[in-house]
Design a protein around this ligand. Structure first.
Ligand code: NAP
Ligand code: ZN
Length: 356
């Protein structure tokens, strides 16, 4: 039977969150029913609900950094059992048959994957995300959270963690490599920890030195304040890889000049507006300008295991469901160290508004 679950819902970009009940599907044979314990707030949730990436399908529940406990499983489920600690990231389905899916790259499914929220599901409904008490997800898209990482610390790994782990792996960031991470937010602070654990020398390029001490604790060897004049004078031609996590406009040419010849700048931040580029800074030195989109399910599990092995987790600030609107403003103001995570136990304190 389909069932109702409490959720934080937005009805329009300029409306606050409300606590309501949304419907979850009747679990199918391969489905896992998850009691969500923690849900991270990703800047993508904010871009989406503020219509910064185009019109969102309201009413909408967002959230794709989900950690919880398996409450029930369908008859055919083999990967997870009741009581398991599990997570769900940005994907809940894909064709499973195309070249990309067969290569464990479901994020690039050639027939179009199904995102955890604001995406058209197989049955035509619009998917609803993780700011909720329960979610129902096909077992293929449910990850195991290793012992040793608390669920609320693990939740942001499901998006922020994999989004940095994947390009770090692909572009060979590790021992003997100099890497710069632009933007020390939710994604950036995962990039610093993972790149440092891989053995790379990590420089943080942040607007100020306000987070420099924390950056050092995360494993950065230095922080440069990009808000200062001539901040880049000594840095030109020094990095093998630059990971750009910034959610706003950036002078790409200036950052490309910081790469060594043949170095790569990988963009994961997705600002609402188009960015411009003078091709000279790319051509000179034969540099690479690349992008990266989360990661596949196999690699997401690899990332979770890697983080557990290296004692890496997100640095979080726990909030109640009533604090979500204020948290959004604080993320946009750069006032978060480094990820807000909603404690779903606080749904119990909230009155439910009937859904429309
Ligand atoms: P976040 O926590 O807000 O971090 C973004 C960071 O960018 C801030 O902490 C800030 O770092 C820097 N920044 C913000 N505004 C800036 C500006 N005007 N100029 C220069 N730097 C600025 O956001 P997030 O959750 O990490 O997400 C970052 C971006 O990645 C978003 O656009 C999000 O949608 C995107 N994203 C992409 C993927 C993917 O698969 N590619 C996955 C998840 C998210 P400092 O304070 O240190 O300067
Ligand atoms: Zn995200």
């Amino acid at each position: 039977m389909p069932f109702k679950t409490k959720a934080l819902q937005k009805t329009a970009p300029d409306q606050p969150f409300r606590v309501t009940e949304i419907e979850r599907r009747d679990p199918r044979a391969h489905d896992v029913v998850i009691a969500i314990k923690a849900a991270g707030i990703c800047h993508s949730d904010i871009h989406t609900t503020r219509d910064e990436w185009g019109k969102a399908p309201f009413p909408l529940t967002v959230g794709h950094e989900i950690a919880g406990i398996v409450e029930a499983v369908g008859d055919a489920v083999t990967k997870h059992a009741v009581g398991d600690r599990v997570g769900v990231g940005c994907l809940v389905d894909s064709c499973g048959e195309c070249e990309q899916c067969l290569a464990d790259e479901e994020q690039d499914c050639l027939r179009g994957n199904v995102g955890t929220y604001a995406s058209k599901d197989r049955d035509g409904s619009i998917t609803q995300g993780g700011y909720a008490e329960h979610v129902v997800v096909d077992e293929r898209f449910v990850l195991g959270i290793p012992e040793g990482i608390e669920l609320d610390v693990a939740a942001p790994l499901l998006c922020a963690g994999i989004t940095l782990y994947s390009p770090i792996d692909r572009w060979g960031v590790g021992e003997g490599k100099a890497v710069a991470v632009i933007g020390l937010g939710g994604l950036g602070h995962m990039g610093v920890q993972i790149a440092a654990a891989k053995g790379a020398d990590v420089t943080v390029l942040s607007r100020s030195l306000a987070k420099a001490d924390l950056a050092a604790e995360l494993g950065a060897s230095r922080t440069i304040a990009t808000g200062e004049e001539d901040w880049d004078a000594e840095l030109r031609g020094t990095f093998d890889v630059i990971l750009n996590t910034v959610s706003a406009d950036l002078d790409l040419d200036r950052y490309l000049r910081l790469l060594k010849p043949h170095g790569a700048m990988v963009n994961v931040g997705l600002p609402p507006d188009a960015q411009s580029l003078g091709l000279g800074s790319l051509i000179s030195g034969g540099k690479v300008l690349a992008g990266s989109n989360i990661g596949g399910i196999r690699q997401t599990q690899e990332m979770l295991d890697f983080c557990a092995q290296h004692g890496i987790g997100a640095v979080i600030e726990r909030i109640g469901v009533a604090d979500a609107d204020a948290a959004y403003d604080r993320v946009v103001d750069g006032d978060v160290k480094f990820r807000f995570v909603i404690d779903t136990a606080t749904f119990a304190d909230e009155e439910v508004v009937p859904s429309t």
